[in-house]
Design a protein around this ligand. Sequence first.
Ligand code: PLP
Length: 359
Amino acid sequence: MNLRIPGPTPMPPEVLEAISHQTISHRGGAYEELQRRVIENLKVFFQTKNDIYLLTCSGTGGFEFSVSNFFSPGDKILSFTCGEFGKRWADCARAFHADVIETKFEIGTAINPDTFKKVLSEHPDAKGIFVTHNETAVGVLNPVGKLAGSVKLHPNHPLFCVDAVSSLGGVNLEMALGIDVLFTGSQKAWMAPAGLCMASVSPKAWDFYSSSKNPKYYFDISSYKKFNEKNQTPATPAISALFGLDKSLELMLKIGKERVFSHHMEMKNYTREKLKENGFSLFVEDEFASPTLTSIKLPDGNDGSAWTREMKEKYGVVVAGGMGEAKGKIIRIAHMGYAVGKEEMDEAIEALKEIASDK
Ligand SMILES: Cc1ncc(COP(=O)(O)O)c(C=O)c1O
């Protein structure tokens, strides 16, 4: 099968071998060395000196980690959404009784920096700003660097929280730009098993932690910090997933982070050009397009689920349909993880062509 969904992504053979290792005690020296190395190597891709925490959960855990640790009921959170994952994060904040002001952008477009700036100026009492770096539901990359500039000028010094679940490890994003809370998922560009959410926070986030009144237990960052000091986690970590992540980080560092990032850009350009050449309409304009996945607009009257079923059953290519408002209207093909190459994309595009010719 050619697995082309936007995560979980296929794992390179070396990673598959690494995860078949017998398990080890999470309270022993071998584990501590593994965790120390993984965190050290993750810092290269997070582009930060801040500590990194290994949460045993999927990316959604990053939503709860950020909301529960740093905020209190009634806090004003400005959420900027351009798809389903941004919306879910806003829902999580509402579940913790935050006062969420959601600014929605039309699906297929990115967060507009001018609108962002204007909304920030209208809410001088904002405590948190939530932005999804790569909106996987549609394949849009948001201009986090530009947005960070506006956050820095805000009089209330809100916490800038960024979901980079489906971009970090494949796309250049410096935490040092002014991001306070940043998290990602092991099953995405990291080409590791699902089960880990890797998160980092700024010193400013710790000030917010001190005054936070939200209930917290499993994701309480102070227990992660305490255990990080001895290279352990408070509860049993996803050890096999960590074996995989350790290996994929070794492979990624061997190639070099710049090359990993440029490979994703090349795959994006290649896929988009090839789809256009073959008469497909892309759902997202070039300027907003994601380096890790591409969405194709289906011709009106076509049923997205019929396309994805046929892709899988007839051609062995597993792709994703749309989510939320884009459900049934688009097909998403991922080029996430440096191990995917032109061959896999060609195979997926050939299958799409065959299906289109039958319609
Ligand atoms: C941008 C983004 N945020 C959050 C999530 C949720 O992650 P998970 O499904 O691992 O809980 C995803 C999953 O695809 C995502 O792409």
